[in-house]
Design a protein. Sequence first.
Length: 471
Amino acid sequence: MKKYIALIILIMLIFQTTVFALDLGRINIDAINITNEPNYESKVLDKLNKNDHINILDSTDNYYKIKAPSGKTGWIDKFFVNVQPQRYFFNTCGTNANLRMSPTTSSKIIGQVEDGGKLKYIDTFHSWYVVEYKGMEAFVASWLGDIVSDGSHLVHFIDEPINIRTNPSLEGEVISRGYKYDGYKYLGEEYGWFKLGLDDGSQGYAAGWLLSLDNNFYINNILSFKNTTDNLRLRSGPSLNHEIITVMPKNTEVRVIELEGEWNKIVTWDGYVGFCHDDYLEETLPLSGKTIVLNPGHGGKDPGAISSSGRFEKDVNLSVSFMVRDVLEDFGANVVMTRDKDTYISRVARAKMADDLNADIMFSIHHNALNNSNYYGMSTYYDTKGNKSGAESSRLAESIYDSVVGINSIYRDGIYDRNFEVLRSTNTPAALIEIGFMTNAWEEKNIQNYSFQQEVSRQIAFGILDYFKTK
Ligand SMILES: [Zn+2]
């Protein structure tokens, strides 16, 4: 598990004013409770999942009062919230931009925004921006403008050293270098890259997947997984004097997020947060005993999509699959790949492999293509008609989508019930991801980037983990 050990530093207080002024956030861990008071031991009001969007209403030193997607309000440890900057759609198309009911040019126009005008940006879906218009959500085509922000919000590097470039792509000239925990003014994003304000007043770009949108560095906040070796009291602080939150039976798996001396700060899969003494915990591999069939799409005579730069989908599918396999094996899973080289295998034969192995899940990795090069985004798929494990498949597709969509350079394209041959020809719970569009020039560049592939692979593996743990 060493790969997941992040250096924990507490610098939240330094930036408290920045954080306090903002009101949008995103949950950074799956299955976490909110409570009716700012502590771990009070009544549980709701459970939130990774990448749920929340509104921040109030704050103490260590907790936010938030409004959950369900409409309920409650308190949560700041550790589990990534604060988002206020972003705007800025119309740069030279004329009025239409605001529509849904993300398609055939849907009803409900308003317009003039050239140079701004509207609050909420999210991206199906290559359209979701914006706030007269208190409602409206859609505007993303190719009509940019996502901008006023520079009052800092973003931080989560890796080092990272190049800052003149343009939002690897082809931009390197003008500066950013180091882990460095903060920069966030000015907006283009093509999955963040536009940053530099100290000398100039601007540059860095890859979004290497940055945290706020000063909370705990994005991938699980240090290790441990099992209780006895019936164990979960306490509200790191000593025997603290209140008991709940009692966990022997062999309960917990997620360790911080170490304080001999005490582990943990989150249970029921969503409780608290402290346990290390003497009663032992490390465990969270996916041991699970068999996962990983299916890199296409291969051999079937290249899959061909990008504008002439690259084959089958190759990038295989590269990403190897990375996903490595993370899943670190979690203790038994991973079987339908192919580990450039060979042709029919979809039905691949699907049968999962049934023959009596696998727990099957997961296919693809990249998308469309005759309209404007389109970009990540989508996942499952089948409920032919596959007898339709409900489980749906949950798997959702779990992986919710994990991967947290990457700053990944944009939502939806979760769909589709009768794909590889999904319907097995009765094993099965899902498929289209990571991005190879026919979109900028997304294709991100797709081919090694560090982007690594981050996507990690988040796919965490999505699979969440699927197994939260059923
Ligand atoms: Zn494909």
